[in-house]
Design a protein around this ligand. Structure first.
Ligand code: FUC
Length: 782
C-alpha cells in the first residue's frame, strides 16, 4: 500500500510530499497541550474512553465509561392519551393544525417532570456523564517545554506526548485496550530517576476516591436515579507501577518520585444491567479483577494485543488522497489553512479515517451504541443529555458502518432497537391504541419511547421506522439471512404500528400519518399562524414506503406472512406520493406551506434521496431535480450534522464538487459555530459526534454507491481529488470495491464478492455485468 501511495503522489499535480504521505492521513497532531476538551485527543475501546490533554505541569485526562448514565426506568407514557387522538385527527383533517397542536401539547406529550428535556441529569430520563478526571501533577523538572508534540495515530490507536524539559526528554504513551479492558499510560524519560508526579482521580460530583493499596486508587460513586434513590453505581481503579523510585500514598492521592518509568493502568465498570454492556452486579470487584489481569502483562504485551485488535478493524479500508505542504502541519493550523483555500486532499482522507477510528473506539459488539458524543463527555449535564436522538443523530452515527466495512460495529444499535420494542408497545397502546411498537424523537438506556414534551418536536413518529432502515440495510450489504430472520419481527411490529395509524386524507384519499411532524420544522397556515403538527409529512411517507417495502421483501425472503405482505404492498401504493411544489422544490408537507425558516437545518424530505433511495438520478430525474432545488433553497450554511447530511445528498445527486464544498465547510474551524473543533470533533454547535460519522459516510458515497442495484464507481468525484485510491469499501449485495484513479478518471477497479451474486458495475455511461462466486474477484482496467 505504501508503494501505491507513493505512485499516487507522483501522479498528482499537487505538490508531492512523499515523506508525509502516510502520516497526513492517519496522524492528528498538535505542537502544544490542550487547554480545552475540544483540543484533547480521543481514545476508546468502545466502552472506556479517554481524552488526552497532554499538559506538561499538569495533565488532565478525561475518563469515560459508556454506561455512566444517571436516571432510571420511568413510565412517561400518558395513560389513555389515545382518547384525545380522534379529536386531534379531526382537527388536522379540518385543517386546524394550530388547534390540533394545542391539544397535542395538552394531552399527547410525555409525562413530566422534564422527561427528555435537555437537563435530565437529576431526572428519571437521566444523562450520560463523565466518569472522572485523571490528574497528574509533575514535579522535579523545571522550565519551559521544548520540542513539544502531542499526536494521535489513528492507524494504531495510540496517543503520544513528547517534549524536552530541563535537559530531559519525556515521553508518554496512552491507549485503551478492548482485549484487556484497561486504559494504559506509560511515562518515560531518557534519564534515570526523572519521572516524578502525583496522581489523583476526581469527578465534579458524587465521588469518593481513596487509596486502596500501596500503589492503587479507587474512585466510586452512585448516580441519581431521578426518583430520589440510587441509580447506576460506578467504580474506577488505578494502579501506578513504577520502575525505580518510589510510589507512596499521600492522603487521597499517590506520589511517584524519582522513577525511571511508570505504567498507569485504569479499569472502570458500572452496575448498569440494561440492554447492553457487561451486566455486572459488583463494579468494584470487576475493576479489581480486570486490573489484576492487566497488571500481569507487560506494557509491550498490552500494547501488542490492543494494536492487533484495532488494526483488525482499521486496516479493512484504506483511502489515499494526495498530501501537500499544508498536510504536514499540526491539525489546528491545517484546518485554518484548508479553510483559507490551501489544497490538502489528504485532510479529507484524515477526516475519513478519523470517523472510522471513532466508530471503532466508541461502538463494539455487546456494548452500548455511540451516543450524541460517542463515549466522550466531560460533563455531568452533557448537552442534550448525551442521549440517542432518533430524528437523524443516532442513525447518522451508523451511516459509515456498512460502506466502510465495519458492519459488525452496528451491533450495539441493533441492541438498542431491540430494547425499544417492549416499551414501544406500551407507548403504541397508550397514545394510539395501536399494535406494534413506536419510538418518537429521543431515547435513553431506560427504554424511553414516549413523545417528547413539546409538540413542536416531540410528536414526530418517524423515529422507530427510521431505525428499522438499519436492520434492512445490514441485510442488503451482508445478505446475512440469519440476521434478517432475527430482525424481521422487529420490522414487522414497527410496520404494524404504522399500518394501524394510517388515515385517509380528504383531498386525494391518500393514506397518511398524523399527528406527526417534519422533524423540528415549522410551517405557516393560510392565516399566517405557525404550526408544526401535521398530517403525512413527506419524510413519513418516504420511510413508510421503505419500511413497508423492506418488510414485505423480508417476509418473501423468509417465506412468512404472505397476507401481511399483500396488505403492506397494497397500502404502500396508497401512501401520499412525493410532490413537487409550485416553486419546483420537493414539498416537505402535504401542502406547499410557506416556512418561517427556509434554511432550516433538517432536510427531512430528502430522506427519500439519502439514506433511502426511492429518488435517484436516473430512476426519477424529475424528483432528483426537485431535490436539487430544495437543497439550493436550504443553502450550504447549517449545523454540523446538517452539513454532513448535505454531503451525502449531493453525492447521491452526482455533484462531487458541491459535496466537496460542503465537506470543506464541515472541515472549517468551528469557532462558536458549526464546523470542526481543533481536535477534529464536529461542532453542531456544541460538540456532537454525528457529523464525524456522517461526513466520512459522505466521502464514501462520493467514491462508490450501490443503492440502485448497480455498483457505481466514482459517482461524485470532486475536481479537488484528481488522483487517489481506495481499498475495501463495501457495496450492497456482498461486494468489496478497490479503485485507483488519476487525472480525475478511473484507472482500475477490483470487485471482490463475499455474497456470490451478480452485479452491474457502472462508471459514468460505461456499464458492465459481473458474475462472481463467493470469494472471487475481478479487475477492470480502464
Ligand atoms: C436534533 C437536532 C438538533 C440537535 C439535537 C441533538 O434535535 O435538530 O440540532 O442536533 O438533535
Amino acid at each position: 500500500m505504501r508503494k501505491l501511495n507513493a505512485v499516487l503522489l507522483v501522479a498528482s499535480s499537487l505538490m508531492p510530499l512523499q515523506l508525509w504521505a502516510a502520516d497526513s492521513t492517519t496522524l492528528v497532531w498538535f505542537d502544544k497541550p490542550a487547554t480545552r476538551f475540544d483540543q484533547s485527543l480521543p481514545l476508546g475501546n468502545g466502552r472506556i474512553g479517554a481524552m488526552v490533554f497532554g499538559g506538561v505541569d499538569e495533565e488532565r485526562i478525561v475518563l469515560n465509561e459508556s454506561s455512566v448514565w444517571s436516571g432510571s426506568r420511568q413510565n412517561a407514557d400518558r395513560p389513555n392519551a389515545y382518547e384525545s387522538l380522534p379529536e386531534i385527527r379531526r382537527l388536522l383533517l379540518a385543517g386546524k393544525n394550530v388547534e390540533a397542536e394545542a391539544l397535542v401539547n395538552k394531552n399527547f406529550t410525555c409525562l413530566g417532570p422534564g422527561s427528555g428535556n435537555a437537563s435530565g441529569a437529576n431526572l428519571p430520563y437521566g444523562c450520560y456523564q463523565v466518569l472522572g478526571n485523571l490528574r497528574l501533577k509533575f514535579t522535579g523538572a523545571a522550565g519551559g517545554a521544548e520540542h513539544y508534540r502531542r499526536a494521535l495515530d489513528l492507524a494504531t490507536a495510540l496517543a503520544e506526548v513528547n517534549y524536552r524539559r530541563g535537559g530531559v526528554s519525556f515521553s508518554r504513551q496512552h491507549f485503551v485496550s478492548a482485549p484487556d479492558e484497561v486504559f494504559v499510560a506509560r511515562l518515560t524519560a531518557d534519564k534515570p530517576s526523572s519521572v516524578s508526579f502525583t496522581v489523583s482521580l476526581d469527578r465534579p460530583e458524587r465521588f469518593d476516591t481513596r487509596v486502596s493499596g500501596p500503589n492503587e486508587l479507587l474512585m466510586t460513586g452512585t448516580l441519581n436515579d431521578g426518583h430520589g434513590g440510587k441509580g447506576v453505581s460506578y467504580a474506577a481503579r488505578l494502579r501506578a507501577l513504577a520502575r525505580g523510585g518510589a510510589v507512596k500514598a499521600e492522603g487521597r492521592q499517590l506520589r511517584v518520585t524519582g522513577a525511571d518509568d511508570v505504567l498507569i493502568l485504569i479499569t472502570a465498570a458500572t452496575d448498569f444491567r440494561g440492554f447492553a454492556g457487561r451486566q455486572l452486579s459488583d463494579p468494584v470487584a470487576a475493576t479489581k479483577d480486570d486490573l489484576e489481569k492487566a497488571a500481569r502483562k507487560s506494557f509491550e504485551q498490552l500494547r501488542a494485543a490492543q494494536k492487533a485488535d484495532h488494526e483488525k478493524w482499521f486496516n479493512r479500508v484504506e483511502l489515499n488522497l494526495p498530501a501537500t505542504a499544508s498536510s504536514t502541519q499540526p491539525i489546528d493550523r491545517r484546518l485554518v489553512d484548508f479553510a483559507q483555500g490551501a489544497p490538502d486532499p489528504a485532510l479529507a482522507a484524515l477526516y475519513f479515517n478519523f470517523g472510522r477510528y471513532l466508530l471503532i473506539s466508541s461502538s463494539r459488539p455487546g456494548g452500548l451504541p455511540a451516543n450524541l458524543q460517542g463515549i466522550w463527555a466531560e460533563e455531568i449535564e452533557t448537552p442534550w443529555n448525551g442521549d440517542w436522538h432518533l430524528d437523524i443523530n443516532v442513525q447518522m452515527n451508523y451511516w459509515p458502518a456498512e460502506v466502510c466495512n465495519l458492519s459488525e460495529l452496528s451491533e450495539p444499535l441493533y441492541r438498542l432497537i431491540g430494547s425499544l420494542v417492549e416499551p414501544g408497545r406500551r407507548t403504541a397502546e397508550a397514545y394510539y391504541n395501536a399494535r406494534g411498537w413506536v419510538a418518537h424523537v429521543i431515547t435513553n438506556p431506560w427504554g424511553f419511547t414516549s413523545p417528547g414534551e413539546s409538540a413542536s418536536w416531540g410528536a414526530t413518529t418517524s423515529g422507530s421506522g427510521w431505525l428499522c432502515e438499519h436492520l434492512w440495510e445490514h441485510y442488503a450489504f451482508t445478505l446475512d439471512r440469519e440476521f434478517l430472520r432475527q430482525a424481521y419481527p422487529i420490522m414487522k411490529e414497527s410496520a404494524l404500528f404504522y399500518l394501524d395509524n394510517l388515515i385517509g386524507e380528504p383531498k386525494h384519499h391518500w393514506l397518511v400519518t398524523g399527528p406527526s411532524n417534519s422533524p423540528e420544522n415549522a410551517f405557516r397556515m393560510p392565516d399566517g399562524r405557525q404550526a408544526h403538527v401535521c398530517l403525512g409529512p413527506t419524510i413519513d411517507m418516504q420511510f413508510l414506503r421503505e419500511l413497508f417495502g423492506n418488510t414485505a421483501r423480508a417476509s418473501e425472503i423468509l417465506g412468512v406472512d404472505s397476507e401481511l405482505r399483500s396488505e403492506l404492498t397494497a397500502k404502500r401504493a396508497r401512501l401520499a406520493p412525493n410532490q413537487v411544489g409550485p416553486d419546483g422544490r420537493l414539498q416537505e408537507w402535504l401542502e406547499p406551506y410557506p416556512e418561517p425558516e427556509p434554511t432550516h437545518r433538517h432536510t427531512s424530505p430528502m430522506y427519500g434521496l439519502y439514506p433511502y433511495h426511492e429518488i435517484t438520478l436516473r430512476g426519477t430525474p424529475d424528483l432528483a431535480s426537485a431535490c436539487r432545488k430544495f437543497l439550493n433553497a436550504r443553502g450550504d450554511e447549517s449545523n454540523g450534522w446538517a452539513l454532513a447530511w448535505r454531503i451525502n445528498l449531493w453525492a447521491r445527486l452526482g455533484d462531487g464538487d458541491r459535496a466537496h464544498k460542503l465537506l470543506t465547510r464541515l472541515l472549517g474551524p468551528a469557532g462558536e459555530g458549526s464546523g470542526s473543533l481543533p481536535n477534529l470533533f464536529d461542532s453542531c454547535p456544541p460538540f456532537q459526534i454525528d457529523a464525524n460519522f456522517g461526513g466520512p459516510a459522505g466521502i464514501a458515497e462520493m467514491l462508490v454507491q450501490s443503492h440502485t442495484r448497480e455498483i457505481e464507481l466514482l459517482p461524485a468525484l470532486p475536481k479537488a481529488w484528481p488522483a487517489g485510491s481506495v481499498r475495501g469499501l463495501k457495496a450492497r449485495g456482498g461486494f468489496t470495491v478497490d479503485m485507483v484513479w488519476k487525472d480525475g478518471r478511473l484507472v482500475s477497479a477490483t470487485i471482490h464478492s463475499t455474497g456470490g451474486t451478480a452485479a452491474q458495475v457502472r462508471y459514468g455511461d460505461h456499464v458492465s455485468k459481473v458474475t462472481l462466486r463467493k470469494g472471487e474477484s475481478t479487475t477492470m482496467q480502464l
